[in-house]
Design a protein around this ligand. Structure first.
Ligand code: PEP
Length: 248
């Protein structure tokens, strides 16, 4: 079945409030209707960005969340707080959280569970490090990260997998179209086994890792590549929109 492409921008720890609002307005003004488009600004700008994109079809996203509902968790943000601001999707397991902030697989699993259980779209990020690819462990690593998804999920529109090879994130080095397709097809088969083939057929699998306007068409043209999770190129409206338009 045809899956609508989903392109999401992850702004990471970038922008100022003024830049975030301007960027959000530029994207909201020109995002085409045929592609699901989302942006995930830093937490502190979510409210301002929500207002900037209000009335457009652009989805508001968050880069992270804590799994508990409320309580003594200094510095943390809950799913309900994000929903209060109009957030529609949240990332779990981004490679920077796994490998820079040293978040464990157990913590990632709890966050993923809380995002889905809270009624939001979960973008669950998976991907191997360079030494794991060189050691032919890519599929094993990706399967282990998919196994973090233990919750009962019955809405394929609210589960998105982002395949992001760690060696391609922010490095300017991109997986080839064939490398991306190979892992995406594996992910879809794995989801079919974990849930069922109909569910797997509807789940969107994004590619992330130095996706740019000049390589987006090739990657997005692969049968199992249903969108992109974009870092660097999401920080300028024209490059982000060029990628979004490549998904039409
Ligand atoms: C990311 O951080 O999810 C990402 C894909 O970054 P970049 O596009 O900069 O490689």
């Amino acid at each position: 079945m045809a899956r609508q492409k989903f392109i999401a921008g992850n702004w990471k720890m970038n922008t100022t409030k003024a830049v975030a609002v301007e960027l959000a307005k530029g994207i909201a003004k020109a995002a085409p209707a045929g592609v699901a488009t989302g942006i995930a600004p830093p937490f502190v700008y979510l409210d301002a960005v929500a207002q900037a994109i209000s009335g457009s079809g652009v989805l508001l996203g968050a880069q992270d969340v804590y799994f508990e509902k409320s309580g003594a968790f200094t510095g943390e943000i809950s799913v309900d707080m994000l929903k209060d601001l109009g957030v529609k999707f949240v990332l779990a397991g981004h490679s920077e959280r796994r490998h820079v902030l040293m978040e464990s697989s157990e913590l990632t699993a709890k966050k993923a569970d809380a995002i889905y259980a809270g009624g939001l779209i979960l973008i669950h990020c998976v991907g191997e490090k360079l030494e794991e690819r060189d050691g032919n462990q890519t599929l094993e690593v990706v399967q282990a990260q998919l196994n973090e998804l233990t919750a009962k999920m019955d809405d394929p529109d609210r589960l998105v997998i982002a395949y992001e090879p760690v060696w391609a994130i922010g490095t300017g080095r991109t997986a080839t179209d064939a490398q991306a397709q190979e892992v995406h097809a594996f992910i879809r088969q794995a989801i079919a086994k974990m849930w069922n083939p109909d569910f797997a057929d509807r789940v969107r699998i994004q590619y992330g890792g130095s996706m740019k306007p000049d390589n987006a068409k090739g990657l997005l043209g692969q049968p199992d590549v249903d969108g992109g999770l974009i870092g660097g190129a999401a920080l300028k409206a024209d490059s982000f929109l060029a990628i979004v338009n490549a998904g039409l």
